[in-house]
Design a binder for this molecule. Sequence first.
Ligand code: NAD
Ligand code: GLY
Length: 364
Amino acid sequence: MTKIITVGLGDRAYAIHVGKDLLAQAAALLQPFARGPVPVVTDRHVADIHLKRLLDAMAAAGLDARPIIMPPGEGSKSFAGLETLTSQLLDMEISRGGLIVAFGGGVIGDLTGFAAGVLKRGVAFAQVPTTLLAQVDSSVGGKTGINTRQGKNLVGMFHQPRLVIADTTLLSTLPRRELLAGYAEVVKYGALGDAAFFEWLEQNGPLALEGDSAAMVHAVAHSCQMKADIVARDEHEKGDRALLNLGHTFGHALEALTGYSDRMLHGEGVAIGMALAANLSVRLGLAPQEDAMRLVRHLKAVGLPSAISDIPGPRPDARSLMAAMGHDKKVADGKINFILLRGLGKAFVTANVPADALEDVLKV
Ligand code: NAD
Ligand code: GLY
């Protein structure tokens, strides 16, 4: 039941393989792209649980796999992490024609993709994502980068992978909270562009989260298909790709004000942000209230937060959130771009949001 999705980018087109127990086949899928030593970049958590199986499979296929293990967490997505990684890659004498494998969550994928992009002015890389967030979002589409003290993902580049292998079996070891945070991005696809998928998630999302592999494969593959279609239309986010940021303008501001800490994970911020975007759309008379209520109901049903008050600790206030939104990299010509809804599955981009309506929604 492996599904193969193509990201249609002409001579840079690539396949996303989604299925269970794919790690065993990963070596065969990587082989056509590999030349010389193949660095496998991962983090300590993933290494402890899953690395041996990937390395064994690669060795059995005759690949010269060389693990590089980074510390887990956002701290690795930094200039310091980039320096550590690139110098290890250079020590391995990776050639321009080589292949680097990112084996981990979004942190490892973003860092490795960026390192591959700048190393020797561009080396190929493959994504083998191990979190739900990475399987449905960060491993697809070629956004790579690191964080700086000014904010997240502010230094980076578009560098598309050659291949993505999403083995949903790897998700069984993911902490529940991380699984749910990734699921918020799955809900995002339904909310932004596919009401039928949203309805499918209402019925089957809980099953997927409880370990039903057919349901999870469908949820991941459908999300990847939607992202692939959008990226093929608008690789560099001049238009439609911005729809993928549904919930993110709010979410990034909440992340900034909660100090990018354990108080709120990125996907949790996206969940709350989507609910806020839906509430704002209702307040502006754009979307039916029932649609916003359905979105919140589903987020709550699976155990995701859906309101600012769901974040533990002191509540970020409306004015500070509005100021933080002004620092988002999606701000253009001093205007904040919002992704709002005309209903479930009908997202659009607008910079036309009255400050008082925004403030009201942030106070609820
Ligand atoms: P992450 O990479 O930090 O992984 C979360 C945690 O899960 C880590 O502790 C990791 O070690 C652990 N882990 C990973 N796989 C596991 C597994 N199978 N079993 C057990 N533990 C496992 O976080 P993430 O949520 O995957 O990614 C977040 C990052 O992705 C952020 O930096 C965000 O900016 C970025 N991102 C990028 C894009 C993009 O388009 N490039 C899109 C969305 C998010
Ligand atoms: N995660 C949003 C994008 O890839 O555009």
